[in-house]
Design a protein around this ligand. Structure first.
Ligand code: FEO
Length: 170
């Protein structure tokens, strides 16, 4: 495997684990705020991010590459409104999309067609994650100021269930 492609994928394991850590911190915030539905949603999101890390880890192993686990940064977020984590989540997902694009660009430069195909799942996933994050921001802006509506939104997010991402299933 090309050295640059390898390094970016190895770093991505760390970035995905950081994403899990970040979303765990969002879940903690909402838990403390009494919004257990939002907390549930971000707990599941944290699981999905760990899954993303494992997908990259597995891909390196399948390609006979050693994994180098790096230190995970501390999420350093304090929030003063229910909207803030949602906006931070959307920004974070845009950042992650940029990281995936960088890996893809390196794979193109290296004529690494296998990695380009592998990244297809993540490219689709990022579209979905940005869309969902944006929707959560919009709904909070529209309805978050009304106690009954916030209660209903919280109920909606409480119903989210974890499912194993397809690259890890099977
Ligand atoms: Fe691993 Fe939220 O993208």
């Amino acid at each position: 495997m090309d050295k640059k492609v390898y390094e970016l994928i190895n770093d991505q394991i760390n970035k995905e684990l950081y994403s899990a850590y970040l979303y765990l911190s969002f879940a903690d915030y909402y838990e403390e705020e009494g919004l257990n539905g939002y907390a549930n949603w971000y707990m599941i999101q944290a699981q999905e991010e760990r899954d993303h890390a494992l997908i990259f880890r597995n891909y390196l192993h399948e390609n006979g590459q050693a994994v180098k686990l790096l230190a995970i940064e501390q999420p350093n977020k304090t929030f003063s409104s229910h909207l803030e984590p949602l906006e931070a989540g959307l920004e974070h997902e845009k950042y992650v999309t940029g990281l995936i694009n960088d890996i893809y660009a390196a794979a193109v430069a290296a004529n690494d067609y296998r990695t380009q195909r592998f990244l297809g799942w993540f490219i689709d996933e990022q579209l979905e994650e940005e869309d969902t994050a944006s929707d959560m921001v919009t709904k909070m802006k529209l309805f978050g100021g009304d106690a009954r509506s916030l209660y209903e939104l919280n109920q909606e997010y409480a119903s989210r269930k974890y499912s194993t991402p397809s690259p890890l299933a099977g």
